[in-house]
Design a protein around this ligand. Structure first.
Ligand code: C5P
Length: 222
């Protein structure tokens, strides 16, 4: 049906930041609000898809019809994504922390009265998107996001190749700061660049669902 173009499709979406504990009361995080990922989950469900939303810590309500799994860290997100496969399309919107504390303390780290500052050793997190791209259960359509402050298209083209995904949805976070209500996105694929006007995040999500439905119908007709 035209108004439910994703009917019968399974879609996995990651959204929000991750929190990487330093000790029981402190963590490393980023400014991702989860708004764009949640808007995409809502639009995918409204378009008829069966939606699994794997969300980092954000205080947003679960969109209607969406199955949500909450995680805190990148390692937890990677595990939930692995368990969520296979799907027809995966849209990795989460701003996954690149690094975690290598050895989180089991107890609150106390200030040293001599003024010595504790060291913080970092370890690299798994790249969830790149891992899905090389998995035996790679989705028919695999989409990454890229928030950049400069050279948006060039960075997105490099990321497309590096991550092994089908599309990168790139946005300029200098023009549209993280946490805002709108986005101007460029969809970069091997076929070229599709640049859209600045739109509310819900409108970006709906337009993206139309494009995804068309692409899935072309790649795996029902
Ligand atoms: O190059 P960068 O890591 O910023 O690429 C961002 C894209 O990769 C997003 O789609 C993001 O969800 C995904 N990503 C991921 N796991 C990571 C880092 C990024 O899935 N550890």
């Amino acid at each position: 049906a035209k108004h439910r173009p994703l009917y019968g499709r399974r879609i996995l979406i990651t959204a929000g930041p991750t929190h990487e504990p330093i000790d029981p009361v402190r963590y490393i995080a980023n400014r991702s609000s989860g708004k764009q990922g949640f808007a995409i989950a809502e639009a995918a469900a409204a378009a008829g898809a069966e939606v699994l939303l794997i969300a980092g810590p954000v205080p947003l309500p679960t969109p209607p019809g969406v199955i949500r799994v909450d995680v805190e860290t990148a390692v937890e997100m990677a595990e939930e994504v692995r368990q969520g496969l296979p799907v027809d399309a995966a849209i990795m919107v989460a701003a996954v922390a690149d690094w975690r504390a290598a050895d989180p303390a089991g107890q609150k780290i106390k200030k040293d009265r001599s003024g010595a500052v504790p060291p913080l050793a970092l370890a690299e997190n798994p790249d969830i998107l790149a891992g899905v791209a090389t998995s035996a259960e790679r989705p028919t359509l695999l989409i990454g996001f890229a928030a950049e402050t400069n050279d948006v298209i060039a960075h997105a083209e490099a990321k497309l190749a590096r991550k092994g995904c089908d599309w990168i949805v790139a946005n300029d976070v200098a023009a549209d700061p993280m946490g805002g209500e709108s986005n101007r996105v460029h969809i970069v694929s091997k076929d070229g660049i599709d640049s859209w006007d600045r739109l509310p995040k819900a409108a970006v999500a709906r337009k993206l669902m139309e494009k995804i439905a068309d692409e899935l119908d072309a790649r795996s007709p029902r």
